[in-house]
Design a binder for this molecule. Structure first.
Ligand code: ADP
Ligand code: MG
Length: 692
């Protein structure tokens, strides 16, 4: 086949292959195999050694063995539950081949009397005779080479046998044998000089699929590059989107900044500059503001909001939870007092009449600044002139959603995303390569590192002692209980119990919040906590993201071994946000697993979110780390950021060269398709056409 034919071939439906009928097609679909190329990524899990043909006097019970025998006699008992049997021999002995669920005609066909055959399967011993039951292979003796060897073992589904699957995958491997290279010699050399076809062949046929072999690495590199290419294309296309420049002076922003009782950090000043430049330019802004918990992202975004409002545009700020949205709303109202800026709040639970009113004010342009939850990006919302969307804690969005968002805002809408989820360096480009990134690298001065302690639950009396002292000296405390796993997501019984328990010890000093309270109840509790009406706030993880209570400096996390590292770091970030010393106490049940011990040790040793994210990735594998699930980077079929770190950096460099010339991209169209990335590109193409 020539190059194009091979490409077309690979993207055909698997039913184009010999031996794939309706039934097999259905079975393959269960393994997510629909087009021929999908077969390439279903890698062998292991290998079965069927080499070393044995004579019948040297059989070992329980061992998978290949034999060459002559067929002597058929037994078809015609009694229910009794298996069909074929007796065979070689020069050294006899053996029975036993078949459950195989029909007589089929057995006669594959094992005709007096024929010489090669059979492979597990040896067992029954009534003083060797047997092979339901052998994996029965072939004519001339086809010995097909069976007498080391054979890859794939993870298959019931009904799909190795024999059938081998026929399918071997056809494919044969057809892609010589395929032209797309990498330059220079790059090829760096990744081990293995051609694509050879690499595919080797990871399917060699004895072990080694993630660090040059063949595997070569294919992983293709995948990493495909990923970066997509993001690069998205970035280039978004950069081309033109908008009206925003005109504003800094007067109003200055006034607001003067209201802070602190100095902006250098990082904050720099970031505000970067954002202002984007706002004033005639290309759409698509910027990510990254900063560890407590680095002061909110303030930066509010300054951006003020500037956009000064330029006579509306601003929307969206947060993942209602609590957080409400907190931003309260802060904005406080800061923007007496500025003439009209602020509104929108969440899904607001009553219909009020909502209608809010929407009307947005459409007419009376509202300058709307803050809320996902409710903000619903279809029925029309802005008069939306100039900026800010999204807090954005790690819940993937590339596709970001593209959608960039179009939803309309032609003149800039986008600012904020995230506290530290992405390990390796993954930064794969996750956010489509955006410009500003980083808050320093924490506000005067900010002390949080002290992290761990205690077994039995020592709760010591904790209560400590808590009492803290309350007496004016501190407030978060007390976090995990949701109970066995039941539904909303099971907050542990928090309720702890609330009752603590209320007895600290009378009138304890509040409770969890996801099942309605909006007013939640607001009420938070409001009271903010006003110091009570001292301890018992909660489920609803407080995890973003919330800011400068007077709460202690956080107790129960059953801390139930949380992942990054989640614990986020929770811990709720305290130590003011000038006071923050303390995080991790309570745990006895008999910690090694892994849980490691997590606690890491947290105690560091307050650095990036370090913690890297460690988290090592402990759990990158796919599970908080926040990556939806970001699209979990979708690697082969690449692994821990084992292939160097390849990520290499791809990062390579992509810069490729970007120099758009023609370069064409060379890689094939790998985009191969790794299912072509759809995303098509999606932006379409949307761009719609916009034009
Ligand atoms: P995050 O980056 O986690 O969203 P926030 O924006 O909520 O952090 O800020 C955390 C706390 O730090 C807030 O109480 C905020 O008022 C305060 N803060 C922000 N910037 C500074 C600064 N430059 N100096 C001192 N405190 C600051
Ligand atoms: Mg925040």
């Amino acid at each position: 086949m020539n190059q194009l034919k091979i490409q077309d071939y690979l993207f055909q439906n698997i039913s184009a292959l010999n031996g794939v009928g309706l039934k097999t097609k259905k079975l393959l679909k269960r393994k997510n195999i629909e087009k021929i190329s999908d077969l390439l990524w279903n890698l062998p899990q292991d290998f079965t050694d069927r080499s070393n043909l044995q004579t019948l006097d040297k059989l070992e019970i329980g061992k998978i063995t290949t034999i060459k025998v002559k067929v002597l006699k058929h037994y078809f008992p015609r009694i229910r539950n009794l298996p069909n049997k074929v007796s065979c021999e070689d020069k050294s002995g006899k053996i029975d081949i036993v078949f459950f669920n195989s029909r007589e005609g089929y057995i006669r066909k594959i094992l005709p009397i007096n024929s010489h055959v090669v059979i492979s399967g597990k040896i067992n011993y029954f009534k003083k005779k060797y047997q092979i039951t339901n052998p994996a292979y029965v072939v004519p003796a001339i086809k010995e080479d097909y069976v007498n060897k080391i054979i890859p073992r794939y993870s298959l589904t019931e009904g799909l046998t190795e024999k059938i699957y081998r026929k399918i995958i071997e056809q494919v491997l044969k057809n892609i044998a010589d395929f032209k290279e797309w990498h330059s010699n220079e790059i090829l050399k760096k990744i081990g000089n293995a051609s694509w076809s050879e690499s595919i062949f080797q990871i399917h046929e060699s004895k072990k699929t080694d993630i660090n072999s040059k063949y595997y690495r070569r294919l992983a590199y293709d995948e990493i590059l495909a990923n970066l290419l997509v993001l690069s294309q998205v970035r280039q296309r978004i950069k081309k989107l033109k908008k009206d420049r925003k005109n504003f002076d800094n007067n109003l922003a200055k006034k607001i900044i003067d209201k802070f009782d602190f100095q902006l950090t250098k990082s904050q000043v720099k970031t505000i500059d970067e954002i202002n430049n984007d706002l004033k330019s005639d290309s759409k802004m698509f910027r990510l503001l990254q900063g560890d918990v407590g680095s002061g992202k909110t303030i930066v975004s509010l300054v951006a909001a003020v500037n956009v409002i000064s330029s006579n545009n509306q601003v929307a700020l969206m947060a993942p939870t209602e609590i957080l949205a409400k907190q931003h709303y309260n802060l904005a109202k406080e800061l923007f007092k007496n500025t003439g800026i009209n602020i509104d709040f929108l969440a899904s639970k607001i009553d219909a009449k009020e909502k209608k009113n809010i929407l009307k004010k947005l459409t007419s342009g009376k509202t300058n600044f709307i803050i809320g939850t996902h409710a903000l990006i619903q279809k029925n919302i029309n802005f008069k002139n939306l100039g900026l969307i800010i999204i807090d804690e954005q790690h819940k969005f993937g590339v596709k959603q970001r593209i959608e968002l960039s179009h939803k805002g309309g032609k003149n809408c800039d986008i600012l995303l904020m995230s506290a989820t530290p992405i390990p360096r390796t993954l930064m480009l794969s996750a956010y390569g489509d955006m410009d990134v500003s980083k808050l690298v320093e924490k506000p001065i005067n900010r002390k590192d949080i002290i992290t302690l761990s205690k077994p639950e039995e020592k709760i009396s010591e904790i209560l002692e400590f808590v009492k002292k803290q309350i007496d000296s004016g501190n407030q405390i978060f007390w976090v209980c995990p949701l109970i796993e066995e039941s539904k997501k909303t099971n907050y019984s542990a928090a309720v119990e702890k609330y009752k328990f603590l209320s007895k010890k600290f009378i009138n000093k304890v509040g409770l919040i969890h996801g099942n309270l309605n909006k007013e109840e939640k607001d009420n509790v938070l409001h009271k906590f903010m006003n110091k009406n009570f001292k301890i706030l018992v909660s489920t993880t609803v407080i995890e993201v973003g919330i800011d209570f400068p007077n709460a400096n202690i956080i107790v996390i129960e059953n801390s071994n139930k949380f992942g590292l990054s989640q614990l770091h986020q929770l811990r970030g709720r305290v130590g946000r003011g000038i006071n010393q923050g303390t995080c106490i991790l309570l745990y049940k006895k008999n910690l697993s090694d892994n849980a011990k490691k997590r606690i040790k890491i947290l105690k040793s560091s307050n650095d979110g990036f370090f913690i994210a890297e460690e988290d990735m090592k402990l759990r594998g990158f796919g599970d780390v908080l926040g990556y699930q939806q970001s699209g980077i979990k979708d690697f079929k082969l690449a692994d950021p821990i084992h292939h770190e160097d390849l990520f950096y290499l791809a990062e460099k390579n992509i810069k060269d490729i970007e120099q010339n758009i023609e370069n991209f064409k060379k890689f169209n094939f790998i985009l398709k191969l790794f299912d990335k072509a759809d995303i590109i098509n999606q932006i193409n379409l949307e761009q056409i719609n916009q034009d």
